[in-house]
Write a protein that binds this ligand. Structure first.
Ligand code: PLP
Length: 445
């Protein structure tokens, strides 16, 4: 019997014993091609890079840990410099934490603190989007629009207002241009603010490219810029959750660069540390920091592992490697190649409704009927089955949706390491095709 509580009780997953590049091996000697960066868009530069290991070893030999209320440390300062140099205008201050959920909790608390400091404590409502995921802690679940994940905890969550996501495959009208759709989708925020009254709204939160719940649904052209204008007009803070889509995943250090929209607070995690250490961060706009400096002077935040020296040393090396090895350009190149291969193999597949995403963050929506876009019966659990069959075929993919009341549909998400080779891209597509056809043959009889 295992003493570890695994997600599925009574079903222990294979034991991973080796990881290098895009390949993992289990204790039985089976190998797996990692098409999703460690399983959740984390291992951005691949597994087992000796340069990161050396940076971790060197940091451990110098300072393992010293609490952030007593000391700062060199890697934390250097990593913040690195991020601030590349961040969109004004996002120059960095608050560290240990992962994505913590980052989102910190973002919510920071937004609240800003309005208290500005003497407007009645601004406390958060507007978020349906079919979103921002983490598993209670605050993050409160703003998560994936109802089945939050439903059991509803009595413990705070009230959030939800608008529809920017999800062209489902919501764009026939014949509507992308720009028109982006403007129409953004107008939902304007309507919600008017309904709620701007004086009570603290912040709007969204992912520039929706990962975990919508299988890589990017914002339509102009959507985020319009969202920024609406937030400015009504004096509402804008929070971008780039936990999954950030840190180079779309071919830009920050996904929102491509949309030319800058938030007040930007959350990162996953690819920041590339899986070598657990780490998350908030990039905070100068004007928010100025508010606190001229007010109470102290952040209402504090986690023991904030700015952990070893986590920061690992993340700094990961981010430097992205620059040294030209990985952002590579993401754009290999992302195009992977997209072309997916389109060639699945473009006419009767159960693949959409192929979408940006950079090496690509998803396919799986549907019962391609012409009507009718989703599969959620009871079939197509996405979850596909994950299991793919593991059997030696391929790691990320299933999204399929666990729910039908609103999320079934999606499969691909997010390989930025170091993925052409041969590995071909192999991912071959194994995915085999896995999908097997899944459908088993589930849809
Ligand atoms: N935000 C987004 C967009 C995510 O995809 C996730 C995790 O998948 C989180 C937040 C939560 O991050 P973590 O699991 O590191 O707490």
């Amino acid at each position: 019997m295992t003493h570890v509580l695994h997600r599925k009780l009574g079903k222990t997953p294979p034991t991973v014993v080796h990881a290098e590049g895009l390949w993992l091996r289990d204790s039985e000697g089976r190998t797996y091609l990692d098409a999703v960066s460690g399983g959740a868009a984390v291992s951005a530069i691949g597994h087992g890079d000796p340069r990161v290991q050396a940076a971790i070893d060197a940091q451990l030999a110098r300072v393992d840990f010293a609490h952030n209320s007593f000391f700062t440390n060199e890697p934390a300062e250097a990593l913040a410099d690195h991020l601030a140099e590349r961040a969109p205008g004004g996002l120059s201050r960095v608050l560290y934490c240990s992962g994505g959920s913590e980052a989102m909790e910190a973002a919510l608390k920071l937004a609240r603190q800003i309005w208290i400091e500005r003497g407007r404590p009645e601004k406390r409502t958060i507007i978020a989007r349906e079919q979103s995921y921002h983490g598993g802690t209670l605050g993050a679940l409160s703003i998560g629009g994936n109802k089945p994940r939050s439903m059991p905890f509803r009595p413990m969550l705070f009230d959030t207002r939800f608008i529809e996501p920017c999800y062209a495959y489902r919501y764009r009208h026939d014949g509507e241009s992308e720009a028109d759709y982006g403007a129409r989708a953004a107008a939902a925020l304007e309507r919600m603010i008017q309904k709620e009254e701007a004086d009570t709204v603290a912040a709007f939160v969204c992912e520039p490219v929706v990962g975990a719940t919508l299988g890589c649904a990017p914002a339509a052209a102009g959507y985020l810029k319009r969202i920024r204008e609406i937030c400015d007009h009504h004096d509402i803070l804008l929070i971008f959750d780039e936990v999954m889509c950030g840190a180079g995943r779309t071919g830009y250090t920050f996904a929102c660069e491509e949309d030319a929209a800058t938030p007040d607070i930007l959350a990162m995690a996953k690819g920041l540390g590339g899986g070598y250490q657990p780490i998350g961060a908030l990039l905070v706009h100068d004007r928010l920091v100025d508010t606190i400096v001229s007010g109470s002077g102290a952040l209402l935040q504090g986690f023991t592992y904030m700015a952990h020296p070893v986590a920061c040393a690992a993340a700094l090396r990961v981010q430097q490697i992205m620059v040294e090895d030209g990985l952002l350009e590579r993401v754009r190149d290999k992302g195009e190649l992977l997209r072309r291969r997916l389109e060639a193999t699945f473009g006419q597949h009767p159960h693949v409704g959409d192929i979408r995403g940006r950079g090496l963050f690509l998803g396919m929506e799986l549907v019962e009927d391609r012409s009507t876009k009718a989703p599969f019966d959620p009871r079939l659990g197509i996405a979850a089955r596909l994950k299991a069959v793919a593991m059997d075929e030696g391929l790691m993919v990320y299933p999204s949706g399929g666990t729910v009341d039908g609103t999320n549909g079934d999606h499969v998400l691909l997010a390989p390491a930025y170091t993925v080779s052409d041969e590995e891209i071909d192999e991912i597509v071959v194994r995915l095709s085999r896995s999908l056809n097997r899944t459908l043959a088993e589930a849809v009889r």
